[in-house]
Design a protein. Structure first.
Length: 297
């Protein structure tokens, strides 16, 4: 697919992480929200009708820069959870983020998508509640498994920048992401029901080998990969692979998933940073590398 820009409906909603569900859709209970330029959410209480301040600001936690993506559908009074998509991360300071193309591509290309469907990224505020921000635009890389997102609610900041150096076998990396199997692992002790909540998980490893072909990774396009030492799991696709450089996090790739061989064992992969750092998306107007120079420490 050539450079395709997908326009999304603008919306912001508070997501309560303490709602429980069994086999029915997870209801994202929302209350009226207004977002100002300082990322301060002014929330209207349903009970009192009074305006209260709930601050969302980035506090230099890892979860302020790496986020889960989900789809939801608007209904009267809230949103219905539809699908957990994967992970992504902010870069630069203009409200842009990166993820794996297969994380969001099947959603934006789905023929039967409802007009009320929306894709949101989620962050945890100081009140320990999830806050969701609309994905306003998305664009897929023409050849590699990479997508860029435009996130509502700018200004944003990020410590990530593109590494812009050659990396190969034995290079060590760090990674945080939101594995799907951790979304529903909290149980309500009284009712035995699942409390849905994405949970940030750490992973680290090294590059096994550098590839210039696709070894048959399911649902993943492209030809420029690292074979990785560690399995992160479904849901971590779109997570950054990075090297710590003092307070700057140098991105060397994006985690894209695993492949199971005929013996039932798995190996994981990431798309190489050198395959997309010079990409100039239409929605960005400059290269990924150039925008990543606007990092914050």
């Amino acid at each position: 697919m050539q450079n395709e820009v997908i326009e999304c409906v603008r919306r912001v909603v508070v997501v309560r992480h303490d709602i429980i569900f069994t086999n029915r859709p997870f209801l994202f209970q929302s209350i009226p929200v207004r977002l100002d330029s300082k990322l301060n959410h002014k929330v209207l209480s349903k009970k009192s009708g009074r305006i209260g301040e709930i601050m969302y600001r980035q506090r230099d936690y890892v979860r302020d820069y790496i986020f889960p993506l989900v789809t939801a559908q608007k209904y009267t009074g809230g949103y219905t959870y539809k699908e957990f998509l994967g992970s992504g991360f902010l870069f630069g300071n203009n409200g842009f983020a990166l993820t794996a193309a297969h994380v969001i591509g099947h959603v934006i290309n789905r023929a039967n998508t409802s007009p009320n469907d929306t894709v949101v990224v989620m962050f945890v505020a100081e009140d320990e509640k999830w806050y969701a921000f609309e994905v306003l635009q998305a664009e897929l890389h023409p050849t590699e498994d990479v997508a860029i997102l435009k996130i509502d609610g700018a200004p944003w900041k990020s410590p990530f920048r593109m590494r812009n150096k050659w990396e190969g076998s034995s290079a060590k990396y760090h990674m945080f992401g939101y594995p799907e199997d951790a979304v529903g692992d909290l149980i309500n002790p009284e009712e035995g029901r699942i409390i849905p909540r994405p949970d940030l998980v750490y992973n680290a490893g090294y590059i096994r080998r550098r590839l210039s072909f696709n070894p048959g990774i399911p649902r993943v396009k492209g030809e420029n990969f690292f074979e990785l030492s560690e399995i992160a799991g479904v849901g971590c696709s779109g997570s950054p692979l990075y090297i710590l450089n003092k307070r700057v996090w140098d991105v060397i790739g994006i985690y894209v998933g695993e492949k199971i061989n005929y013996r039932g064992t798995s190996v994981s992969y990431g798309v190489r940073e050198d395959a997309f750092r010079d990409w100039t998306p239409l929605i960005l107007g400059t290269s990924i590398l150039e925008e990543s120079q606007n990092y914050s420490v």
